[in-house]
Design a protein around this ligand. Structure first.
Ligand SMILES: Nc1ncnc2c1ncn2[C@@H]1O[C@H](COP(=O)(O)OP(=O)(O)OP(=O)(O)O)[C@@H](O)[C@H]1O
Ligand SMILES: [Mg+2]
Length: 140
């Protein structure tokens, strides 16, 4: 994915929709970057792009959301509140990764070793003018 400058929340959702069209079974998207930079909005767009019926809310407190009814099941994780790798494994991360859907993980850089080698890494950063910069980066 080329570096994208997103000037609005809606533009970040639209980017998620575009990326959703590229997703295949087993794909993993790892999202990292600043607090409030738009990761959850991006996931909203991914879910919408897959045609999932449920709406996406921030998983900050619930750790995982499943979205069904689209072209692929979408599993949305947030590592923000997890203290260690064991907690991620306890909520079933490995099973979801192997389940034949697509996985998207906020704050994935907390535990990069848990993710498979084919994971695509997207970084979200605030620009001084308020826009967000979203780019694909190598695994940390
Ligand atoms: N270009 C933009 N893209 C996305 N969100 C934007 C943009 N400009 C402003 N915003 C606002 O920034 C906030 C982004 O929130 P969001 O929950 O998507 O961030 P996040 O990266 O998931 O944060 P967290 O690290 O807390 O999970 C929203 O309030 C949104 O309206
Ligand atoms: Mg978020």
């Amino acid at each position: 994915m080329a570096t994208t400058i997103s000037a609005s929340a809606d533009a970040t959702i639209a980017l998620g929709r575009t990326v959703a069209a590229t997703l295949r079974r087993g794909d993993v998207l790892a999202l990292c970057g600043d607090l409030g930079a738009g990761k959850t909005h991006f996931v909203k767009g991914v879910a919408a792009g897959l045609g999932a019926s449920a709406s996406v809310t921030s998983p900050t407190f619930t750790l995982i959301h499943e979205y069904r009814g689209g072209h692929l099941p979408l599993y949305h994780f947030d590592f923000y509140r997890l203290d260690d790798e064991d907690e991620a494994l306890k909520i079933g991360l490995d099973e979801y990764l192997d389940d034949g859907g697509a996985c998207v993980i906020e704050w994935a850089d907390k535990f990069p070793a848990l993710l498979p080698p084919h994971t695509r890494w997207l970084r979200f950063t605030h620009r001084e003018d308020g826009a967000r910069v979203i780019d694909e980066i190598p695994a940390p």
